[in-house]
Design a protein around this ligand. Structure first.
Ligand SMILES: C[S@@+](CC[C@H](N)C(=O)[O-])C[C@H]1O[C@@H](n2cnc3c(N)ncnc32)[C@H](O)[C@@H]1O
Length: 314
């Protein structure tokens, strides 16, 4: 493996600290990836603790299995969607957990090795599915969505200023045949952005569109919502949920769900007394979002947009 393929775990020290790990804990790691967080969690809860390591991408699971071969007593590997947390735990007869970690987004392995078209810097088949399930791929989104629907997801998930003209060009291009590869899509995106705006902003011109398509294909916000709701139910009293997100919509969802569990009143400010009846069921441990420092960002640029939040169940 070259260096780019090695996934460096983001905010590792902070994750270990906030999970408040003790020997014998049972931890649900919903985003196993390169097992960077998992290995260190296992060391902190061994010899009797267990990590349930989940990932949708099956090759990621087999790569992690060989990394974790010395810890077989302390790991249960599951190829599934973290949104299915309740079913997964039921299947392996675990009634409750001491902690849950979600480190959302892409691993270096998926970008560099999966050949699923996650990177705008490689020319691969349009796919972008994390899993192998029978659900839509990037090819379907790009070749079948209407111009209006494409514009909507580019705006919503990509916050792309040129969403409309990119969607229009995609639909025009389809008249000459299917758009099959990431390379073709990148060229269409570049052609849709006026020359003087193409390179005046941070990042590659296709970055936001690729992110939007990936979020749509994998229903990332829906999965996150379900994992927070069902994960909270499975936490023991005193158990913690640690979530690292890389996208403002995801972070907003984490923040507002955590506020809800903390019982923050949602009544309009002019109500004399509270009528929403929100009940306090948890404590937000991170009063301010935790972000990587300058040193981490310079040694691991992937961490740049990371935002970590922590909730403890009462
Ligand atoms: C950022 S990586 C995790 C990296 C890991 N924490 C580490 O330190 O090596 C995210 C991983 O989550 C997986 N993933 C994304 N969405 C998922 C979902 N809904 N269910 C299960 N796994 C998912 C991806 O396949 C990817 O391997």
């Amino acid at each position: 493996m070259n260096l780019k393929e090695i996934h460096v775990p983001v905010l590792l020290k902070e994750v270990l600290h906030y999970l408040n790990l003790k020997q014998g804990n049972i931890i649900f790691d919903g985003t196993l990836g390169g097992a960077g967080h998992t290995i260190e969690i296992i060391k902190a809860i061994a010899p009797t603790g267990k990590v349930i390591g989940v990932d949708l991408h099956c090759q990621t699971i087999s790569t992690a299995a060989s990394k974790l071969k010395d810890f077989s007593e302390n790991i249960v590997l599951v190829n599934d969607n973290f949104a299915n947390i309740k079913k997964i735990l039921k299947r392996i007869n675990i009634k409750s957990i001491d902690g849950m970690l979600l480190d959302l987004g892409l691993s270096s392995f998926l970008i560099e090795k999966s050949k699923r078209g996650f990177s705008y810097l490689k020319n691969e088949k349009l796919d972008m599915r994390f899993g192998n399930g029978d659900y839509i791929s990037a090819f379907d989104v790009v070749n079948e969505y209407s111009e209006g629907k494409l514009t909507e997801i580019f705006q919503k998930y990509g916050e792309e200023r040129w969403s409309k003209s990119i969607a229009k060009n995609i639909v025009n291009h389809r008249k000459t045949g299917d758009i099959k590869t990431t390379g073709e899509l990148v060229e269409i995106i570049k052609d849709s952005i006026p020359q003087k705006f193409k390179y005046d902003r941070r990042g590659h011109p296709a970055k936001r569109i690729f992110q939007a398509i990936r979020m749509e294909v994998n229903k990332e916000l829906d999965n996150l919502k379900m994992a927070i709701e069902d994960g909270f139910k499975m936490l023991k009293s005193g158990g913690r949920m640690v979530i690292i997100s890389y996208h403002s919509l995801e972070d907003r969802m984490v923040k507002s769900s955590f506020l809800e569990y903390e019982g923050r009143c949602t009544c309009p400010p002019d109500f004399p007394v509270c009528r929403c009846g929100r009940e306090k069921r948890a404590e937000i441990i991170t009063k301010k979002v935790v972000r990587p420092g300058f040193e981490e960002i310079s040694s691991n640029p992937r961490s740049k947009n990371a935002r970590l939040r922590v909730l403890e169940k009462l």
